[in-house]
Design a protein around this ligand. Sequence first.
Ligand SMILES: [Fe+2]
Ligand SMILES: [Fe+2]
Length: 241
Amino acid sequence: MVINSDMKMADLVMLDIQILALIQRLNIPLGFRDKTIREVCTEHDVNETFFIQLANACHDSDYVPKEQQLTFPPECMIRYLQSTHKDFLHYRIPSIEKQIAEIEQFTDSPRNPELLLNFFREYISEFQSHLDLEERTVFPYTLLLSQCIREKTLLPQFSTEFGEYNIDRYMHEHNDIEEKLFDLKNILIKYMPPPTDSRKYNSLIHDLFHLEKDLNDHTDLENKVLAPLVRLMEKELQRII
Ligand SMILES: [Fe+2]
Ligand SMILES: [Fe+2]
């Protein structure tokens, strides 16, 4: 099903609960009553085209926007990705780390949870490096590229800072950040001794699956929406200069 602006915002959340995280990252408050997506976006100053592309990409993992649908300001996209990074780093990941740290309270073998925690902390450090790299390269690159197009000129700082950089390089270097979570799920489900309290243990497994799905969606968004958008901007800059 393709999401459009005439749909009611509340119906969209009922249709796909994943959209709730997207709404939160855009700082849109709940309490939609019967307002449409268009009305809610206007009320909260969210670019409607951007919201529709975002919602479709989140709802359908096979969704790829057409070139003519990439007409929203790139700044919206970068703000959204930055907000998602913060959400992962300051909320989702620490919450799972806390749950892993608590495993020893409901298992009989204290050594295993410690190994698991070290494994997850290694993952956090790799994860942080992935996010840091994007925040130092592709995000500022996109914003500066957008400024060059707006001002119809090749700004000197663009050539100095990003002379050798382009979106193909980003795509080449862009790796999956959810792979290690698969290993963690495997250890928890297959190899850890049975827990004494399986409710908390199962809740951790459930949260890991959820995080993995969200990370997958995030990577998809960067590959299927951000990259084509930036590629179009690169062509536009070539045309201008
Ligand atoms: Fe990212
Ligand atoms: Fe990424």
